[in-house]
Design a protein around this ligand. Structure first.
Ligand SMILES: [Zn+2]
Length: 66
């Protein structure tokens, strides 16, 4: 699947905590499969509760780009 924003750039698939994520190396957009967004939000919520409001799960995602 190509990036909906860049169009000619092919998305790279990766898995993080059991959630499949497609991301674009060009614009760094993150695209989720159907149903993955709900899992993603659940994970983010769990992590927020577990770490007193900080979004470590999201931080982890952005770490991938460094
Ligand atoms: Zn893109």
């Amino acid at each position: 699947m190509n990036c909906p924003a860049c169009r000619i750039i092919k998305l790279l698939a990766m898995e993080r905590d059991g959630i499949e994520i497609d991301y674009c190396p060009q614009c760094h957009g993150i695209w989720l499969q159907h149903g993955e967004l709900e899992k993603f939000m659940e994970k983010a919520k769990e992590n927020a509760l577990a770490s007193e409001g900080s979004f470590n799960f999201l931080d982890g995602i952005f770490d991938m780009y460094e």
